[in-house]
Design a protein. Structure first.
Length: 479
């Protein structure tokens, strides 16, 4: 897979973030700037703290050399009950802590922030309540690495609106993460964990706009592997969770990729080839894609990946969508796009083997699709549903199966079961169509090897934990 270019200019110390969000993402550059050194010692730590307003507190701890902190707190148009705590230290070598930098900027009411960095080349920025006068109850938290296992990390956390919470936790080498939130009641967390000292690290990026959104990214890796994940959400009541794990995969160097895009179509790495495949079996898909909406209500997307070189991409538009993609092994691709103008879509794709591909396009209302491809390898399935009340249950178990299904109209239903090295295409157009195909192979048994056309209930959403409150003791309390 290609590592695509991300173009971003990030200006700190209270200025604006300009970024090209999308599949070009490569991670925010480490541009938190060092404060001017007024000391005669070139290795001196530097910092600047400015506070205006009510009940502000700030605490800065620095150890090592050439570390810098910039904190700015202002009451904005709120009550100004801001707290900030920054800790930077280095225990790697005599030159530990070189060029660590942390910017904390808070305005509004009841904001909290804590930043902790240890090691080398870390950069962290926290901004809360910079653009919305009603900003309130925001929290932050950035924690990067531990003593000798924290170099090249960068984190950006920016929040606006009411009751937002965000937390970033990064450990070990070369991680990048940022979250951008706007609106009300948003929660986001990024947790990344790579093996010590020998990995290229992770990327993670979440962007939320709207009301009551939740997001999450949990990534882990080993053996030089590198996960990517970024999620965008626009609208109301959206939820997204992406978990990637590829620990100790023998195929070292593989990269997982996950995109969950809800509400406004953003091209991803799989978008071009997957959409071309959908249009190839149903020309009507092109017209549906041309009228994509940019609203989401009640959408949920899970993407779980285990192994290496796995790509998962989900796009949802409208309301009451549900999408879940689980992949294990390596070399699998999964793509879902659903619901341009209706509600009640389902979607779910499970893959366990290797080098398999599953692509699903759903448009309309009341659609369901569940495609799973078992423990076999080199399976491909592509399905489109356009219209109302469509159902699809596809099952491929063995190796080298190829299946395509096109449904166009209303009240269609299709079930396709294949086991070893089969190929079948279903094309339905009109109303009231049904299809049931079963291909098994050697020693197959119609009575025991078939499956029912049933759909499991969606997995309930587990709320993402927020950021804990903290308090800072008064200086010279009781003096």
């Amino acid at each position: 897979m290609k590592k695509l270019l991300f173009i971003a200019v990030v200006l700190f110390a209270g200025t604006t973030i300009y970024a090209q969000y999308g599949p070009q993402y490569q991670g925010p550059t480490q541009t938190a700037t060092l404060q001017p050194n007024l000391s005669s010692d070139p290795n001196a730590n530097t910092g600047l703290s400015i506070q205006n307003g009510n009940d502000n507190k700030v605490r800065v701890r620095q150890a090592g050399t050439q570390q810098s902190v910039y904190t700015y707190q202002d009451n904005g148009s709120g009550i100004g009950a801001n707290l900030a705590r920054v800790r930077q230290t280095g225990a790697v070598s005599s030159a530990s802590g070189v060029q660590n930098a942390a910017d904390v900027i808070q305005s509004g009411s009841e904001n909290q922030s804590t930043t902790r960095q240890e090691g080398d080349y870390n950069s962290a920025i926290t901004k809360q309540g910079q653009n919305d006068d009603s900003s309130a109850n925001n929290r932050g938290n950035i924690r990067q690495g531990t003593g000798n296992q924290a170099e090249g990390n960068s984190a950006l956390l920016e929040q606006d609106g009411l009751a937002n919470e965000a937390t970033i936790r990064q450990t070990y080498d070369s991680n990048d993460a940022w979250t951008v939130q706007s609106g009300e009641g948003n929660t986001s967390f990024v947790r990344q964990n790579a093996s010590p000292n020998n990995t290229a690290g992770h990327y993670a990026y979440t962007n939320q706009l709207g009301v009551d959104n939740e997001s999450g990214i949990d990534q882990s890796g080993s053996d030089g592997q590198q996960n990517w994940a970024w999620s965008y959400q626009v609208g109301e009541e959206n939820k997204s969770l992406q978990v990637q794990t590829n620990t100790d995969n023998p195929a070292s160097g593989y990269v997982n990729y996950a995109l969950a895009d809800q509400g406004a179509f953003q091209d991803g790495i799989l978008s071009a080839s997957s959409l071309t495949g959908l249009v190839g079996i149903d020309g009507g898909v092109a017209g549906e894609l041309a009228t994509l909406n940019t609203s989401t209500n009640g959408s949920i997307a899970f993407q779980n990946q285990d192994g290496g070189d796995l790509d998962a991409e989900t796009h949802q538009y409208g309301d009451e969508n549900y999408s879940e993609q689980n992949q294990s092994g390596y070399g699998n691709d999964a793509f879902i796009v659903q619901n341009t103008y209706g509600d009640g879509n389902y979607g779910r794709q499970d893959q366990l083997g290797t080098q398999s591909n599953a692509t699903l396009g759903q448009f309309g209302t009341g659609n369901k699709a569940w495609q799973r491809q078992g423990l076999g390898n080199n399976n491909q399935v592509t399905s489109t549903q356009v219209g109302d009340d469509n159902l699809l249950n596809t099952y491929q178990d063995g190796d080298n199966n190829f299946g395509t299904t096109m449904q166009n109209g209303t009240a269609n239903a299709a079930l396709l079961v294949q086991r070893g090295g089969h190929s079948y295409s279903i094309e339905q157009d009109g109303t009231g169509n049904q299809a049931d195909i079963l291909q098994l192979g050697p020693n197959g048994n119609f009575n025991t090897d078939g499956i029912e056309c049933s759909f499991e209930d969606p997995i309930p959403w587990t709320p993402i934990n927020g950021v804990n409150n903290f308090n800072l003791d008064d200086i010279c309390d009781g003096c």
